[in-house]
Ligand binder design. Structure first.
Ligand SMILES: [Zn+2]
Length: 229
């Protein structure tokens, strides 16, 4: 009986306390969404994977070995992407992860490549415990489910807890270079997509790509939902 009434309570609740769009802060018609349609079309796509000179490769030594480099949207420090990533990472708004996961799946499906699975960049266990989840897993699981391919959230482990932006670029790259370990052997011969939420220096993805490629049995592409200039 109570479960039958739940949708009615939910409707009443959202009538009095509507969920707000993370862009314009207007009430959302569909509570499972995180943006209104007007704000969604304002998101600035990079289309990097369609360019012959993809700028994501410039910051990564592993880029000649990578098949494709995706980043969905440009990140601006005070823009909608900033609000969305903040809500996903620090306010438990998992609908943002689902939104990005669906967009990522659409970009992967539209590309000419076939993917055998998605690998999430891990958080350090301490940080994951504190947050309760890894935001990259929500994006990756949604995309993998949409494409009917496996999501590997334990392929890598993070052995060093590196505080974000606490060091200079060079120092950070050096720390990150030894911050990850391969934990799970992936099926050989596959093409996998290594996924993180934001691309800034490229150091995190580069460190992860390097150890995955060192195994020498797989091919790899990378993706992030945001790209910071
Ligand atoms: Zn809006």
């Amino acid at each position: 009986m109570l479960s039958a009434l739940k949708p009615i309570f939910n409707d009443l609740f959202s009538l009095f306390f509507p969920k707000l769009c993370l862009g314009c802060k207007e009430a959302l018609l569909l509570p499972k969404h995180c943006l209104c349609y007007r704000c969604e079309i304002m998101l600035p796509p990079t289309y990097f994977h369609l360019l012959s000179e993809n700028p994501m490769g410039d910051r990564m030594s592993t880029s000649p070995q990578l098949k494709q480099l995706f980043s969905l949207y440009f990140f601006e420090p005070t823009g909608i992407m900033e609000s969305m990533l903040y809500a996903l990472k620090y306010q438990g708004n998992k609908s943002v992860g689902v939104f990005f996961g669906r967009k990522l799946a659409a970009a992967m499906a539209a590309s000419s490549a076939h993917f055998d699975g998605i690998i999430g960049v891990p958080l350090h266990p301490k940080r994951k415990r504190k947050r309760g989840y890894n935001q990259v897993d929500i994006i990756g699981e949604t995309a993998a489910k949409a494409l009917a391919i496996p999501y590997y959230n334990r392929a890598l482990s993070r052995t060093k807890n590196t505080p974000p932006l606490s060091k200079t670029k060079g120092e950070r790259a050096e720390v990150l270079a030894n911050a990850f370990r391969v934990k799970e052997t992936l099926p050989a011969g596959g093409h996998y997509l290594l996924l993180d939420d934001i691309y800034t220096t490229g150091a995190t993805l580069n460190a992860c790509a390097k150890i995955l490629l060192e195994e020498g049995r797989i091919s790899l592409s990378i993706a992030t939902v945001a790209y910071r200039n």
